[in-house]
Design a binder for this molecule. Structure first.
Ligand code: NAD
Ligand code: TYD
Length: 350
């Protein structure tokens, strides 16, 4: 039986990945290591928490002694590393936290893997989950390929870029077998409602203002989270050591078009008059250093590993809106307490 460590498994993408692996690979022991920050929520994993091949470990990747001890005790065959501080706005308010978790936390995992796997990297794999934001911002033309130079602008993307460089450095210097993927913006169930899509679904439902940064002209390339974790599965098992794979849906939307689409769909679902929810749109001060456009070329993963998105965006956004409307309890639970404090700081008087 293989033992696989997945870090950040109580978060948005991590919980979808854990669900996929626990159900698909009964002969793997899946260990979910998560600190349970504001973004980590074990309610995301209720359906698989009692499965015999799943185990949760609460811990902080920044704590090097704890990580070293865990690796020594558990003899992991592979690591899929998702634990991170992931929200750009929070990285603007508190950059240092991003350096600790995203850079130092990643280096701690690399050190422990190197230490316990030493002299025997056969069959081992360290898979680092990264973002397209490391490539910086595009103008109206162009697309990010695996050869695009890194040019991060936010403290979040700078910390992710740094962690990617460390992963590559440990392969080149110590032979630690790694693979990296850089994915575009994900959407779907269980995403913490500080990110655009779940936040705006929540606000539309509650008739709260929809805070659009700047003119809403920024462009993101949206991918259904289930398609991202399908890609992670394929890369973990079939990707080539030392390679980078871009993952995206060829699905670009300006923020304002996407927001109008969500308003329209929610008017229909909530039985509101046409155009009612759009009135909630409120243009607010732009995000500092706001990247204009992300767009991913995912030709390599398609050609080499046969991955393609399975779901069209119009269907995916519909499913996503329905999920948040049907899971009010989950949403209320994560939007109480500390999150409310963050929300007030972020948006009041912006
Ligand atoms: P998330 O914020 O929803 O979840 C992050 C998880 O990491 C949480 O469960 C949190 O408790 C855990 N965590 C944070 N700090 C930790 C620490 N010090 N020790 C242990 N656990 C810790 O993030 P997400 O959106 O699921 O993103 C997961 C990964 O995918 C991140 O590495 C992110 O950079 C990357 N990514 C995200 C997107 C996206 O659109 N969300 C796109 C591309 C790549
Ligand atoms: P976000 O979901 O934070 O993802 P990222 O910044 O990593 O792409 O934001 C997506 C886009 O939506 C981004 O261009 C910023 C914008 N945005 C708003 O206009 N208002 C908001 O309240 C939020 C959270 C984001």
């Amino acid at each position: 039986m293989k033992t696989i460590l997945i870090t950040g498994g109580a978060g948005f993408i991590g919980s979808h990945l854990i669900r996929l692996f626990v159900n698909k690979y009964p002969d793997y022991k899946i260990v979910n290591l998560d600190k349970l920050t504001y973004a980590g929520n074990l309610n995301n994993l209720k359906d698989i928490e009692n499965k015999p091949n799943y185990e949760f470990v609460k811990g902080d990747i920044v704590d090097s002694n704890f990580i070293q001890d865990l690796f020594e005790k558990r003899n992991f065959d592979g690591v899929i590393h998702l634990a991170a501080e992931s929200h750009v706005d929070r990285s603007i308010s508190n950059p240092t936290e991003f350096v600790f978790t995203n850079v130092i936390g990643t280096v701690n995992l690399l050190n422990s893997a190197k230490h316990v796997w030493k002299d025997n990297f056969e069959g081992k794999r360290f898979y680092h989950i990264s973002t397209d934001e490391v490539y910086g911002s595009l103008g109206s033309e162009g697309i990010f390929t695996e050869e695009t130079s890194y040019d991060p602008h936010s403290p979040y993307s700078a910390s992710k870029a740094s962690s990617d460089h460390f992963v590559r450095a440990y392969l080149d210097t110590f032979g630690l077998p790694s693979v990296i993927s850089n994915c575009s913006n994900n959407y779907g169930s269980f995403q913490f409602p500080e990110k655009l899509i779940p936040l705006f679904i929540h606000n539309i439902k509650n008739k709260k203002p929809l805070p659009v940064y700047g003119k809403g002209e920024n462009i993101r390339d949206w991918l259904w989270v289930v398609d991202h974790v399908r890609a992670i599965d394929i890369i973990f098992h079939e990707g080539k050591t030392g390679e980078t794979y871009n993952i995206g849906g060829f699905n670009e939307w300006t923020n304002i078009d996407l927001i109008r689409l969500m308003c329209k769909k929610m008017d229909e679902k909530l039985g509101r008059t046409k155009g009612e929810s759009e009135k909630l749109i409120t243009f607010v001060k732009d995000r500092a250093g706001h990247d204009l456009r992300y767009a991913i070329d995912s030709t390599k993963i398609k050609n080499e590993l046969g991955w393609e998105p399975s779901l069209q965006f119009e269907e995916g956004i519909e499913l996503t809106i329905d999920w948040y409307l049907e899971n009010e309890k989950w949403l209320n639970n994560v939007t109480s307490g500390d999150y409310q404090k963050y929300y007030d700081e972020q948006y009041i008087n912006r």
